[in-house]
Each structure stands twice: as C-alpha cells, then as structure tokens.
Design a binder for this molecule. Structure first.
Ligand code: BJW
Ligand code: ZN
Length: 257
C-alpha cells in the first residue's frame, strides 16, 4: 500500500471516527470479490453479455419468461454458493462500532444478494429487492420457491390469480418499493457521513442518494477501484477494491480510538 493511500485511509478513518450518523450505500462492486458478477464492468459485467431489457424488464419477462426464469435461478444458485468477503465483514464491524457509539447505522444496498445480512449487518435496506424472495407478477402475493421450481424451464404459476411467479427484484421501468426508498432518503438526509462502496452511480433513483447527502452537508467517501460520477463529488475517494480497502479502513479507525 503506497504512503499516499495510507494517508487518505487515515483521513477517511478520522472523518468516520467523528461522525455521529453513518450510512453506507453499496452496489455490485462489494460482492465482486465473493464471485458475483457486477453489471457494468468492462470485461465481466452481466450487461456486457446480456441485454438488460431482455432479462430485467417487464417487457423482457412477457416476451420470454423462460429465459428470465432460468437466468434468475442460475444467479440465485451463485448467490447461495457465495460467501461474504472481507469488504462485507468490515461493514458489519463498522455497524457494531457505530451502534456502540451512537446507537445506529443504516446500510442501503442496490444488491439483490443477502451477503450483508450473512456478514452480520442488521439494518439493511434493499432498494432493488432480493433474489431470495419470489412473488406473483400480477397480484404480488409471496411465493415459497420449491426445489423443482429451481430446475424448471418456466416460472411457476400463482395459485391465487394464475399470474406468473418472478423474483422480488426491481426491474428497469419499475418503481422501487415506496416505503423502502422513503426510508433510504430519510437516513441519507439525516446522516453526517455517507460511505459509498462499489457502485457506478448510474441507476436512478439510487444514484441521487450521494447528492442528497452532500446537499445536506454530509461527508461522502467513495470506495471503488474506478473513478466515476460519485468519485467526482466525493470528499474522499479511496481507489481500490472493497475487500482490500474496507478492512484497512476499519484497522485505521480502530487505531484512532
Ligand atoms: C468494485 C469492485 C470491487 C468492481 N470493490 N468496487 C434517465 C435519467 C434518470 C433515470 C432514468 C433515465 N432513463 C431511465 C431511467 C430510469 C432507470 C435508470 O436509472 N436508468 C439508467 C440506467 C439511465 N431506473 C429505473 O428504471 C428504476 N425505476 C424507476 O426509476 O422508477 C421510476 C420510473 C418508472 C417508470 C418509468 C421511468 C421511471 C429501477 C431501476 C432498477 C435497477 N435494477 C437492476 C437489476 C436488479 C435486479 C437484478 O439484480 O437482477 O439493479 S439494474 C442493475 O443496476 C441492478 C443494480 O442494483 C443497479 C446498479 O448497478 P451497480 O450496483 O452500480 O453495479 P455496476 O455494475 O453498474 O457498478 C459496479 C461498480 O463496482 C463499478 O463502479 C466498479 O468499478 C465497482 N467495482 N469491482 C469495489 N471489488
Ligand atoms: Zn397472483
């Protein structure tokens, strides 16, 4: 680790140490080191291989429900096989420290996996839903996935209304769950430090959260190997992967106490 990165880590740790209300916002990059592909990375991003409108939109599901179903069953299997990485574990440690200090820390994720919960975070807001949850596309009733559904070529049918079952995730053109987004906006408006990890910041309305935080005077720290729109407005940019940077950030934080 170069001396300049160490210096920026110390600066970031000092800001976290004095913050009273910390919020984290994560994207696909935090799960990359658990083997879950991001969406927009140049070589391995899901959207470089697949058309998002075919797989993650109401139109795509109507056109080819079987394709969409099999894609989600494959990704569900990957998520279940994956383990939280040192980046997830560091954010769980941060929650413990924040709760000891001020009684709170919210984590907002755009990810549909459950790796933050499995790492030990307790207050997780899933802006784009969860791939482990299933519901009817028409009447929204929850559906408990059966073993044979996982191998099926087509999505199962809803016993109540006859609609098709789909993952409880948010596709393009769909509204986020209002209560979840309202809560995310509220914690971001009230925070004094927003730690943004592993998101390209191009998908709205999630992408507006760092701007809301900064507009309310919060310090924004961006952890990402690449610069992007959030990096441009961040008060502190930590360039590196979450699995490397976040544990070091926590070590620096613990040494400032
Ligand atoms: C690492 C790393 C490591 C790599 N460590 N970092 C024009 C303006 C404003 C809005 C719109 C617009 N046109 C259309 C819209 C609306 C649209 C939108 O924002 N589109 C933009 C793409 C332009 N938004 C919507 O449709 C949303 N709904 C909505 O707006 O409702 C109102 C409405 C209704 C009707 C009409 C219009 C509006 C819904 C968005 C739903 C997004 N859904 C997905 C799929 C979820 C389900 C699933 O997983 O299958 O959510 S798309 C995908 O993108 C997924 C992600 O959560 C989301 C964000 O991606 P994320 O997390 O940032 O990942 P990447 O891959 O982009 O970036 C990874 C980052 O990690 C990179 O920066 C790497 O460098 C970094 N990284 N390795 C740390 N090891
Ligand atoms: Zn139904």
């Amino acid at each position: 680790m170069s001396p300049s990165i160490q210096h920026v880590l110390q600066q970031a740790a000092a800001r976290i140490a004095t913050a009273e209300r910390i919020v984290c916002l994560t994207g696909a990059g935090i799960s990359a080191e658990s083997g879950i592909a991001t969406f927009r990375s140049a070589q391995s991003g899901l959207w470089t291989k697949y058309d998002p409108m075919q797989l993650a939109s109401q139109e795509g599901f109507a056109r080819n429900p079987s394709l969409v179903w099999r894609w989600y069953m494959q990704r569900l299997h990957q998520v279940e096989e994956a383990r939280p990485n040192p980046g997830h574990l560091a954010l769980a440690r941060l929650e413990t420290l924040a709760i000891q200090k001020s009684g709170q820390m919210s984590l907002i994720t755009q990810n549909v996996d459950d790796l933050h919960e499995r790492a030990g975070n307790h207050h997780v807001l899933h802006l784009h839903g969860q791939i482990t949850h299933y519901r009817c596309n028409d009447c929204r009733r929850y559906y408990l996935l059966r073993l044979d559904d996982r191998q099926a070529e087509d999505p199962p049918w809803c016993a109540t209304c006859g609609g098709q079952i789909r993952p409880d995730v948010v596709w393009f053109g769909e509204m986020l769950l209002e209560a979840v987004y309202r809560q995310a906006q509220q914690v971001v408006q009230e925070c004094d430090l927003l730690l943004v990890v592993g998101t390209s910041g191009v998908v709205y309305p999630a992408a507006e959260l760092p701007y809301i935080a900064q507009g309310n005077g919060a310090c924004v720290i961006d952890v990402n190997p690449q610069d992007n729109a959030i990096g441009q407005i961040a008060d502190i940019a930590l360039r590196g992967t979450a699995g490397v940077i976040l544990p070091k950030l926590l070590d620096n934080l613990l040494s400032t106490r």
